[in-house]
Design a protein around this ligand. Structure first.
Ligand SMILES: Cc1ncc(C[n+]2csc(CCOP(=O)(O)OP(=O)(O)O)c2C)c(N)n1
Length: 187
């Protein structure tokens, strides 16, 4: 499974959620499918997308929040899993695209290729629902199940280490920030 195909498969489900992505390849891929005012790309603060998603989910309990994280990013902030689990907002879906790689900075391997299982780590931290998928069909079905369950979920999607050929955007960081902030005020 490629991440862009997985993103395309759930794109229509993202219109009524606050969406937070990590920087780099994922952000570029989401933008290549189509930016929306409810999408925020957390540039530079590596590892903290789930923490930003947690804050939004806790402050807007009726708003579904989806975080698109990466294996390298999550490994930089493993303590974030225990904080997610401690507050366990029912409206937060934490998707981790595990490509076993720091793809955005050249493709250096991460520990998940050597056996580290992020879903198990999330479960051990206390995240009440976890799943691991390797196909688009399972990704979509677990994505839907997580949103229907109304329970904090970490969904690990094993994906190929393939990304966009270039990270081109005409969306400025501040423009994205203010647009997203305005979106949150409407919810
Ligand atoms: C604190 C910090 N360290 C390093 C970087 C450089 N950096 C940007 S993206 C990235 C890799 C992210 O890896 P992963 O979360 O696995 O996502 P992928 O790039 O594979 O999609 C790195 C190391 C950074 N932005 N911030």
């Amino acid at each position: 499974m490629t991440r862009i195909d997985a993103l395309r498969a759930v794109y229509d489900r993202l219109s009524d959620c606050a969406v937070v992505t990590i920087m780099g390849a994922v952000a570029a891929e989401v933008q290549s499918i189509g930016h929306r005012p409810n999408f925020f790309y957390l540039q530079h603060a590596m590892g903290l997308a789930s923490s930003v998603g947690l804050g939004i989910a806790l402050s807007k309990p009726s708003l579904p929040v989806v975080v698109f994280d990466g294996d390298g990013s999550l490994l930089m902030n493993l303590g974030g899993l225990s904080t997610l689990a401690r507050y366990r907002p029912s409206n937060l879906l934490h998707v981790v695209f595990d490509n076993e790689s720091l793809l955005s900075v050249g493709g250096f391997p991460t520990a998940t290729g050597a056996g580290t299982r992020l879903g198990d780590m999330a479960a051990a931290a206390g995240v009440p629902r976890t799943a691991r998928v390797t196909t688009i069909a399972d990704f979509v079905s677990e994505f839907d199940a997580a949103q229907q369950a109304r329970q904090l979920t970490t969904l690990v999607a094993k994906v190929e280490a393939i990304g966009p050929s270039a990270f081109v955007t005409d969306l400025g960081l501040l423009e994205n920030r203010f647009q997203f902030q305005r979106y949150l005020h409407t919810r």
